[in-house]
Design a protein around this ligand. Sequence first.
Ligand SMILES: *Cc1c(COP(=O)(O)O)cnc(C)c1O
Length: 367
Amino acid sequence: MGRVYNFSAGPAVLPEEVLEEAAREMLDYQGSGMSVMEMSHRSAVFDQIIGQAEADLRELMNIPDHYKVLFLQGGASLQFAMIPMNLMKNRVADYIITGQWAKKAAQEAGQYGKVNVIASSADRMFSYIPDCSDLPVSKDADYVYLCENNTIYGTKFHKLPDPKGKPLIADVSSCFLSEPVDVSQYGLIYGGVQKNVGPAGMVIVIIREDLISKDVLPGTPTMMRYQVHADNRSLYNTPPCYNIYICGKVFQWLKKQGGLEAMKERNEKKARILYEYLDQSRLFSPTVEPSSRSLMNVPFVTGNPQTDAMFVREAEAAGLVNLKGHRTVGGMRASIYNAMPTEGVEALVSFMKTFEEAHEPCTKFSV
Ligand SMILES: *Cc1c(COP(=O)(O)O)cnc(C)c1O
């Protein structure tokens, strides 16, 4: 079997060119006589890799000079603790709850201080983004936290909340580099890279310099201090070298595609193909309110769990894999990250049309 169209939410599809290039360099990285996996993180050749990766990311996202870029381990979930341990000086933080990842982050922060839930979409199964134009931000809050793209529920903040002068902290794991961002709007942006950028096990943190300090909560481990990693250019200890190398290749690939403006255009086009079909389908329904829809994660249902399961099975046999919805919500979910080609989305819609014809709801026949 050749390569499939992989709609996994993460770890997820990577650009084929990147994988091919990495394969070519596997045994001998650019004349070094060794794989990137085998080389010292203190070597000149690796220094070039991490330096170029950071420079390319800065260029892609137009990151201002007074922000640090950190390549860290522990995935996105370790940030749920690192953020409060480093930033909760008053031991108060405001959280916007738009799904399970935000909820988990809030629960973790609750171990270190008082967490105020200042907006939530739990009342309708996280199927929309709540109005955040006039949030009851707490006077003594150290920051305002949101999960910008909700991987499980398929919602996205299309307009950032107004944090009323507090630093805005965003988990962008599943929308990282999918469209241009104004970094200056945030105090800290972070994302686990396995959704849209690279191999699992690394998180990229972009943090405004004035938020980095020695003054962290008592007991914060050395490895969990932003200052330690910032002072050491992410080389305090052995970093996830191979992940950094692959992410660097993805940054290069994104630049070749025309950067984030071009990605946004392409991602909008891909998402439109799928949503337009879903909105008129007699069998499949999208689950998210139109104004809150994600460009990256598209959940949908037939309303019948057996039909859902049959669809997922038959799609897989047709080379369209990992379409099963998150275990907590059921139905289907197509994750159509940067590296998913338009042809993949077209193939999915074409398969859905065929499936729909064969399994149209009985209402059509009861006329
Ligand atoms: C997947 C995901 C996480 C968790 O990432 P890990 O790297 O597994 O810790 C957190 N937030 C969002 C939005 C995610 O999609």
